[in-house]
Design a binder for this molecule. Structure first.
Ligand SMILES: *Cc1c(COP(=O)(O)O)cnc(C)c1O
Length: 309
């Protein structure tokens, strides 16, 4: 069976590095579901379909849910997406448009997640976790395989970090090509910074609340292997503000004509905001993770809210 994700373009960017050096953009925003999530989620759903699974259940108000809904449509498998009450109508509409069943449970992702995993254990539905599952990381790692096929040189990677699934996929991909010495910078927004806070406290922490608008980075807790990778110095953390992330979304739209979520804007912002930290590197691989939770209406709303602060 063919993969559900596509091979995304790799573009060299002129405007992302103010100083010398190169930046290559891996354009995951162009995945049919709008984000890299389709790599891992699509792989799990496809493997499940091949093994005879009859349905899929995923807790997510965001891009993991959309990736699962897209996969279900492609594989002709019913998909239930369990979303917390805070999920926007826009997000629910996208899920419904792919034919997914949307079930609203609980006030937080954790409650939706507990319900979904419990439901799966009592039925024959396949449970897909949005970031904490080795099968998912293996799926995400295909992103690095594709970059290697292009035979470009890069000496560091810049990626967004939510729960750490993308990060772990990248680390796995690098290790598969004997590139584990290449440093990875994990970017978070303040208010959705469970990795940065864990590094500061030298233990995994649970955030009280997510206060950043970059909701796709809004995991209260980092996946344990992602924290271990940071302790082993394979990963360094960077943070940007919501305003910097949203400004980067606008500039990226102007320069590349692609609209991405603030979660992805955070990565694009970090290339400029933290250029001093990145100066030692000749060639940065930037993971443009994308995201479907954005529109011109939302972008203006965020801008208004941030300028009123
Ligand atoms: C899920 C997601 C992230 C964060 O990925 P994790 O695997 O949770 O670290 C970042 N950006 C976008 C657009 C996402 O959908």
């Amino acid at each position: 069976m063919k993969p559900l994700h596509i091979r995304t373009p790799l573009h060299q960017s002129r405007d992302l590095r103010p100083g010398a050096g190169h930046a290559f953009l891996k354009l995951e925003a162009l995945q049919p579901s709008g984000s890299f999530k389709l790599r891992g989620v699509g792989k799990i759903c496809r493997d499940a379909a091949e093994a005879g699974a009859k349905s899929i259940i995923v807790p997510s108000g965001g891009n993991a849910g959309i990736a699962a809904a897209y996969s279900g449509l492609a594989l002709d498998l019913p998909v239930t997406v369990v979303v917390p009450k805070s999920t926007s109508n826009e997000a629910k509409q996208i899920l419904l448009s792919y034919g997914a069943h949307v079930k609203v449970i609980g006030n937080s992702f954790d409650e939706a997640c507990a319900y979904a995993s419990d439901t799966a254990s009592k039925s024959d539905a396949i449970f897909v976790h949005p970031f904490d599952d080795p099968a998912l990381w293996a799926g995400h790692s295909s992103l690095i395989d594709e970059v290697m096929d292009e035979s470009i040189e890069f000496d560091c990677v810049l990626t967004a970090v939510g729960g750490g699934g993308l990060l772990l996929g990248i680390l796995e991909g690098l290790a598969n090509h004997n590139l584990q010495h290449i440093p990875v910078f994990g970017v978070e927004t303040y208010g959705a910074d469970c990795l940065s806070q864990a590094i500061e406290k030298n233990e995994i922490v649970t955030l009280d609340a997510i206060t950043s608008i970059a909701t796709s980075l809004g995991s209260k807790k980092i996946a344990a292997p992602a924290f271990s990778a940071a302790k082993a110095s394979l990963v360094q953390n960077l943070r940007v503000t919501d305003r910097q992330a949203v400004d980067a979304v606008s500039s990226f739209l102007d320069s590349h004509r692609i609209l991405v979520e603030p979660a992805c804007g955070a990565v694009l912002a970090a290339a400029k905001v933290h250029h001093k930290r990145l100066e030692p590197y000749q060639s940065i691989l930037v993971i443009v993770c994308g995201g479907a939770g954005v529109s011109m209406r939302l972008l203006s709303k965020w801008k208004r809210a941030l300028s009123a602060e």
